[in-house]
Design a protein around this ligand. Sequence first.
Ligand SMILES: [Zn+2]
Length: 337
Amino acid sequence: MRAPSLPRPVLCRPRLAALLLAALLAPSLPAEADTVVPGAAHAFDYRLQPRRITDGVYVLIGRTEDFDTRNGGNIVNTGFLVGSSGVVVIDSGPSRRYGEQLRAAIAAVTPLPVVLTLNTHAHPDHFLGNQAFPAGTLAALPATRDAIAREGEDLSANLYRLAGDWMRGTEARPPGRSLAPGRLHAGGRELELIALDGHTGADLLVLDRASGTLFAGDLVFHDRAPTTPHADLDHWLAALERIATLDGVRQVVPGHGEVASGTGLQTPLRQTQAWLRWLQQRLDTSAAQGLETNEVLALPLAAEFATIAEAATEYRRSVLRLYPQTEHKALQQHGAR
Ligand SMILES: [Zn+2]
């Protein structure tokens, strides 16, 4: 039997206008909207759980992934040191939300105020939580401050593109205070600040003297392939040599990946060295053989990196960024002969 034809619903103009307005005002959902419910109590919750690794030293270990709308950019390690009179924060995370949630997590551990917020280097996952901390506590190496002031907004925009609504309200906030290498007393903790470079133009390491904890920033990766968007491989390898000579290090907190200590203390350092040496050799050999970029990309990864997270992705990125200059150098050397 044929169903009676029903009159088509007519959308009157005011209702249409209201629907359009609602659509415009609705939050744009992240791609994995089923895992994040905007408006719900758990929405955009990084579920930060500070882990106490020794007396007064806490770390928050991010995922060894690339930025996406599920992890909200929480692929980075941050940490904080609780002293007798205050708290020192090492890196503020990838977004304003992360910074705010980190601050709340610190407040759940201690009532002491944050007296110093350090950015180890000018990559967005390490400084975009700065808004959550008092402006007077923000500090970094001079070149890091300059880089955040110069490129911070572009880096922030890129993270918006990758992590979506987790980033809402986030703006780059360059630290107002410059750090110099050497001893620094803050919040009742004695720190050794070490200024190196190679991952970026300025990379800060923080050694907490009492515990022997080295916060190595992104000069050291653990079970995660190093990123090279601002890297100078020669400088980076020289920095790793220097780190290997530091006295009094009992545990290492890498910029990405698990904390290392005991018999595994040197593992992240060796992994990062091995990757960078292999990458440099691969680029040099390929340029000497006159390979095209696509041919270099098609070469297999070394077997030793099979278990390193994001190895294929970072290899591709590194080749695309570094191979043109390697080719250029090889051509110049060839012409000079
Ligand atoms: Zn970095």
